[in-house]
Design a protein around this ligand. Sequence first.
Ligand code: SAM
Length: 281
Amino acid sequence: MRDGDFELVTLRSGARAVRHCGHGEVMHPAGGPWIEANRLYVEQSQLAARLTESPSRTVCIFDIGLGAATNAVAALTCAQQLGGSIDLHSFEIDLSPLRLALRDPEGFPFLVPFHDAAQALIQHGEWSGPGGRWRLHHGDLLTCLPHAPRNAELIFFDPFSPEHNPQLWTPDTFARVRSCCRSDGDGGHLFTYSAATPMRVSLLLGGFFVGAGISTGNKRETTVGATKQSALVAPLGARWLARWQRSSARAPIGESSLLPEREAEVLGHPQFQFQADTQPD
Ligand SMILES: C[S@@+](CC[C@H](N)C(=O)[O-])C[C@H]1O[C@@H](n2cnc3c(N)ncnc32)[C@H](O)[C@@H]1O
C-alpha cells in the first residue's frame, strides 16, 4: 500500500512499519513500532509514574513527528489504562503515514482502539476522550511551534534522521522546542533515538542539559535532553567532552564546521562546569 511519499513494509521481525519511498527511512525500525514507542518514549519518560503520582495533573506531551501515531497512541494507551489524562500535541507535516497505518488494522493493531480518535484528529485537528486531549499541529514544525503551549513536560522527538531531516536537528530548532517547555516541577524532558555526537552538540547549544538514554534494538544508546540538569539520570560528563574534543564531527547539525564561538559555548555550558570531586563520566 502506498500513499504519497510513503509505503507500508513488513520488517524482518514480522512487524509492519511505514517507509519513506524517497530516502528509504523506516519509522521505528528497531524491533517494530509498538515495542520501540513504548520502550524509548513511554517507559523511559516514566509517564505512568507521572500520571499516578498526582492523578489530578494533566501531563503535557509534544509528539514531534506524528508519523503513524505509534508514539502518540502508546502515550494515550498508557494514560487510558491508568485512568490519567494527557494533553497531547502532535506535530506533523504530512498525514499520509497515519492514513496508511489506519488502512491496515492487522499490521497496526494498537491503532484500532484509536481509529475514531485518529480520524477526528485528521478531520478536525483534535480529539478528546478517555486518556485526555489530542491536538494536531499540521504543518512544518518551525511554523507550528509559536502557536503551541508553553508547558511541555515530555517531548517525544522523532523526526527522520539528521541526514534526511537536518533542519529539525539544529541548535535553533532545539532552542525553539526548549522555549515551549514548562519551567516548574522538574522542567521539560526530551527523548530521541539518535545518539550521534553532532546531534548532542545541537541539543547542548539549544540550551538543554544532555544525557545518555536507554539502549533499544540495535542502538547501544539513545539521548535524553532536560531543561534541569538534576533531572538527568546519566548526564554527559568529562569523558564525553574529551571524546568530543578529539572527534572529527564536532560541529552541530546544520553547520559545516565548528566555529570558535560554538566551541566556547559547548565548553562553557553549565553542564560541564565540574566540581573536582563530582566529575560525571
Ligand atoms: C520517523 S517519522 C515519525 C514516526 C512516528 N513518531 C510514529 O510513532 O509513528 C518522522 C515524521 O516526521 C515528519 N516530519 C518531517 N519533517 C517535518 C517537519 N518539518 N515538520 C513536521 N513534521 C515533519 C514526517 O512526515 C514523518 O511522518
